[in-house]
Design a protein around this ligand. Structure first.
Ligand code: HEC
Length: 190
């Protein structure tokens, strides 16, 4: 009798898992999310490296200012109307990258996890509604180079002058190595 009750409880718990009945679509979301977020990281990373090499942080910052957003839109377009991609942050530099709605609480939760010593997962998935998901790839300040533009930028007066002109509401400074900077969000409609 006890055994039956346990089995029943387990079966109900499994049925209550929103992903259990949709394992295939969940797997497809993860696959697409990984593909699109990697494509964006590659595009931005490659261009950033090129500009850092050619003209240092100020040149690279100008590149980010004029092109990071449009390159992101370019990747967004590439994957058709059922997939969109963007970068978000709680402390955004470009106001178009501000986290909105659930995105905020998801980033806050990731910060709380990190504060509790959790090594962040490489992605989390939000089920937005019956056929739409958001795949989040956390972006960590994982390289010293990030700090040139997101750390203590007062060390570089030329750069901080550029940032205060280009982004009067810049919130994306004061980070340390290992901090959660934000996320890439890939929204996928199936
Ligand atoms: C040369 C300067 C520079 C470096 C180095 C740099 N960034 Fe940025 N970053 C920027 C600029 C400028 C923006 C705003 C781009 C825009 O206008 O869309 C930005 C925006 C972002 C955003 C989008 C959210 C927001 O605040 O608008 C994320 C996430 C981000 N950077 C993460 C990183 C990470 C992680 C690294 C290290 C791997 C890094 N950045 C290195 C200049 C830089």
């Amino acid at each position: 009798m006890k055994k039956t009750a346990l089995l029943l409880t387990t079966a109900l718990a499994l049925m209550a898992n929103p992903y259990e009945s949709n394992q295939e679509s969940y797997d497809a979301v993860v696959k697409k999310g990984q593909e699109v977020s990697s494509a964006l990281l590659k595009t931005l990373g490659m261009n950033m490296k090129k500009h850092m090499k050619a003209g240092g942080p100020v040149d690279a910052a100008k590149f980010c200012n004029s092109e990071a957003y449009s390159l992101t839109l370019g990747v967004d377009k590439e994957y058709g109307k059922n997939v969109s991609v963007k970068r978000i942050s709680l402390k955004n530099r470009n106001s178009a990258n501000a986290a909105i709605g659930h995105e905020k609480s998801i980033l806050e939760s990731l910060e709380t996890l990190q504060d509790s010593g959790v090594v962040l997962p490489s992605y989390v998935v939000e089920r937005v509604n019956v056929d739409t998901y958001k795949f989040y790839k956390p972006l960590i300040i994982n390289k010293q180079v990030c700090l040139k533009c997101h750390g203590d930028i007062s060390k570089n007066p030329k750069l901080s002058t550029f940032f205060s002109g280009a982004y009067p509401k810049d919130k994306a400074t004061g980070y340390k190595l290992g901090d959660l900077r934000g996320a890439i969000v890939v929204k996928i409609k199936q």
